[in-house]
Design a binder for this molecule. Structure first.
Ligand SMILES: [Zn+2]
Length: 107
């Protein structure tokens, strides 16, 4: 896991508990210094999901087979696309984790 600045340092964010979260390397690199993304369903530009201010389970669910993150809200759909949360590499890894009983996590 890496440390992600929710509001990037380059955009005035600070290294505080409220502004830093853990993120996998892939999500962190795709997020880069972005704070907004487009909901693929509505075309609306929205702030990315904020793990410090919003609850994951209010916005996301796991697909029935446990391999894909599905967005329940506009924010979640935009975040899934922006961070490429269902890229082919992570899908393969999740499939193995499901078989091993490690995934999906229990909230
Ligand atoms: Zn990730």
């Amino acid at each position: 896991m890496t440390h992600d600045h929710i509001q990037p340092l380059s955009k005035g964010g600070e290294t505080t508990f409220e502004n830093v979260c853990l993120a996998c390397r892939s999500c962190n690199e795709f997020k880069s210094d972005l704070t907004e993304a487009i909901d693929p369903l509505t075309g609306e530009t929205l702030s990315l999901f904020n793990p410090r201010g919003q609850r994951w389970s209010d916005h996301f669910v796991w697909s029935a087979d446990g391999t894909r993150v599905e967005g329940l809200t506009s924010i979640a759909r935009a975040t899934v696309v922006c961070l490429r949360m269902n890229n082919s590499v992570i899908i393969v890894a999740r499939r193995r984790w499901v078989i091993s009983g490690w995934h999906p996590p229990i909230d």
